[in-house]
Design a protein around this ligand. Structure first.
Ligand SMILES: Nc1ncnc2c1ncn2[C@@H]1O[C@H](COP(=O)(O)OP(=O)(O)OP(=O)(O)O)[C@@H](O)[C@H]1O
Length: 259
């Protein structure tokens, strides 16, 4: 499997209330092309910080992040913008990530409006019309095209997350960072969203970094899993090795807490 992203020894420290918080300490990992890497750990273990650094929204204090061999840590201006096209994100709370004053089609089109020259193969027939493009993207995430004219408050939580996923895939990214994408949803809706993410990954050949505190959700979708605790990686394994005796005591604790 070709390597898409590699992370070498990254650290990030924040200062809050006059004290230093080591959010990440010497984290190294890689993500292969077409693979889903799961990141699991309890609240505060550094998962979202890792996601923000991989999105180049923040820079690490130490270490390097490479995307297809190119270091993100040194990128600026146009080069950074171009790279962003390939790494997209779906956050936990679709209500916060969608603008409540805009019809759905405008939110879905936001990334494509920022990259007018990008024409993903699955949008080749529709790219001339923004509403048609949005309708096609909604169809890809299992929503009827009539939803293009609706507003976020008219949709359920699961439907809003589908809209956020439609926006996340719109530029045909190589990597989709999913930061707790199912955590705000009811259990039955969570399963549907995981199923959708899985099928889109196969269809579009994307890689995922799937971040969650929920080891059950992570194991359902990931090829490999990394377990984080207090800013460090404490365990890493293939998903089918989750019950192996080699698992770290903390991984076992997460599994037994999940029931
Ligand atoms: N901008 C910031 N300023 C100060 N401290 C921060 C900042 N961002 C994160 N932290 C701290 O860094 C640590 C790691 O936070 P992070 O959000 O990455 O963890 P997490 O595993 O994603 O947890 P959660 O699921 O609760 O978001 C926490 O102690 C958090 O309070």
């Amino acid at each position: 499997m070709n390597e898409l992203m590699s992370v070498e020894g990254i650290s990030k420290t924040y200062t809050g209330n006059g004290r230093k918080i080591a959010a990440l300490q010497g984290v190294s990992l890689h993500i292969g092309e077409g693979e889903c890497l799961g990141i699991v750990g309890e609240s505060g273990s550094g998962k979202s910080t890792l996601g923000r650094l991989l999105l180049a929204l923040e820079r690490p204090d130490e270490g390097d992040i490479r995307f297809q061999g190119v270091s993100l840590t040194g990128l600026k201006g146009k080069a950074l913008r171009t790279m962003r096209q390939h790494i997209q994100v779906v956050f936990q709370d679709p209500t916060a990530s969608l603008n409540g004053r805009l019809p759905i089609w405008r939110s879905v089109m936001e990334p494509l409006d920022n990259f007018p020259s990008v024409i993903p193969p699955f949008l080749a027939d529709t790219r001339k019309s923004r509403r048609e493009t949005a309708a096609k993207l909604l169809e890809m995430v299992g929503l009827h095209q009539d939803y293009v004219e609706r507003y976020p408050h008219e949709l359920s939580g699961g439907q809003r997350q589908r809209v956020a996923i439609a926006r996340g895939i719109s530029l045909n990214p190589k990597l989709l960072i999913c930061d707790e994408p199912t955590s705000s949803l009811d259990v039955s809706v969570q399963a549907q969203i995981l199923k959708l993410l899985k099928s889109l990954q196969v269809k579009l050949g994307m890689s995922y970094l799937f971040i969650s505190h929920d080891i059950t959700a992570v194991r359902m979708i990931s090829n490999r899993i990394i377990v984080m605790k207090e800013g460090q990686i404490v365990d890493r394994f293939q998903s089918d090795q989750i019950t192996s005796e080699d698992r770290h005591a903390y991984t076992r604790l997460l599994i037994s807490a999940a029931g």
